[in-house]
Ligand binder design. Structure first.
Ligand code: MG
Length: 363
């Protein structure tokens, strides 16, 4: 794309903008907007309390400014988290058209949170990613059910100390029996985090938390569904009644949820998927101000969204817990993967991810 073509087309476009005088205002940047929609099959389906997930759909957006400098972002909605759908995100980006500006991008509706996040990241181009930590601890993701036993030994040998295991997938009595056996496989000082993805009711959550008291369980994530009747009270009650911390994941879809839980004095952990936050940087600042206990978590996005999220994790000022990004390799086509799961991600591993490679692979 040459600069001359850009200027010619944006000159035509200029007159159709609602506030054409805005072009002359300081701070308004004009962009060429492009996107690619993807549907990427996972190497193996992801089993959670919500069912089986076989492929990841989303959008990569590319914004090129007048100087020809491009930035990339990813809209990676998760349907069962009640984000917008991929279709809605795509409709939003099509409505913007090929020529847009900071002003128009800032007017995207709040309901298109993952798209807002994507265009925000594309405008930043990683510019605000300076500083922060040199590395992040990473949690190893274990398969649900008995399959975890075949994986945990090699992960321990690799050096992982934090492990995540999905529960609420099978019968709870079987899972709690397996829990004790799995904890026995952990190294000294190792921790297991459990994620029920909202599959339980209060009674089953209590059974689990009773059993966790004797195990090195770091926290129990989303024991009951975010939209269950009285969910907030039940979650607050569970968090207050047991020594094992409770974590919110599906209950935190956007900035409003974060604000609500901070207001309720949530005493547990906040699992934050930056991919789902329209203004991820603003939300992280709010959580930091509230001294929230945060775990950064993957939305099973590609390397583009992973880089955005991991940059935020590297910049997080609070006490770091292992990030929930031990998920790659994940895609059948490994050109889309983030950094392969290792006990630590270094800042340079994150910096080395190249969104242009993902873009090229989709072009
Ligand atoms: Mg979760």
């Amino acid at each position: 794309m040459n600069g001359v073509g850009f200027r010619a087309v944006s000159a035509n476009r200029k007159s159709s903008l609602r506030r054409s005088e805005g072009w002359c205002e300081l701070g308004v940047v004009k962009y060429r907007l492009q996107y690619r929609r993807y549907a990427l099959p996972f190497r193996s389906p992801v089993r959670t309390g919500h069912g089986v997930w076989a492929e990841r759909e989303g959008l990569i957006v590319r914004l090129e400014d007048e100087a020809g400098v491009a930035g990339y972002g990813e809209a990676a909605p998760i349907p069962h988290f009640k984000t917008e759908t991929v279709d809605a995100a795509e409709a939003g980006v099509r409505l913007l058209g090929e020529w847009t500006s900071t002003e128009e991008l800032g007017e995207l509706p709040a309901g298109l949170a993952t798209l807002r996040q994507a265009v925000g990241a594309a405008q930043e181009r990683g510019a605000a990613a300076v500083g922060g930590r040199d590395f992040l601890g990473v949690a190893a993701l274990l398969s649900a059910g008995r399959a975890a036993f075949a994986q945990v030994g090699s992960r321990v040998e690799m050096g992982f100390r934090v492990f995540k295991w999905k529960v609420g997938v099978g019968d709870i009595a079987d899972e709690l029996a397996m829990l004790e056996d799995l904890c026995a496989e952990l190294p000294t000082g190792g921790k297991l985090r459990l994620d029920a993805n909202g599959a339980w009711d209060r009674r089953r959550a209590e059974r689990c938390l009773e059993r966790c008291a004797g195990c090195p369980v770091e926290f129990l994530e989303q024991p009951i569904a975010a939209d269950a009747r009285g969910a907030a009270d039940v979650l607050l009650g569970l968090a207050g009644d047991y020594p094992t911390p409770v974590a919110l994941d599906e209950s935190l879809v956007g900035e409003e949820d974060i604000e609500r839980w901070i207001g309720a004095g949530w005493p547990g952990v906040y699992v934050v998927k930056p991919a789902l936050l329209g203004d991820a940087r603003g939300a992280m600042a709010r959580l930091a101000q509230a001294k929230a206990d945060v775990v950064f978590s993957s939305a099973l996005e590609t390397a583009v969204g992973a880089q955005t999220a991991l940059r935020l994790a590297l910049a997080w000022p609070g006490e770091p817990r292992a990030v929930g990004f031990g998920v790659w390799p994940r895609f059948v086509d490994d050109r889309f993967d983030g950094p392969f799961a290792a006990p630590f991600f270094r800042a340079e591993d994150v910096a080395r991810l190249n969104p242009e490679d993902v873009w090229s692979a989709l072009s």
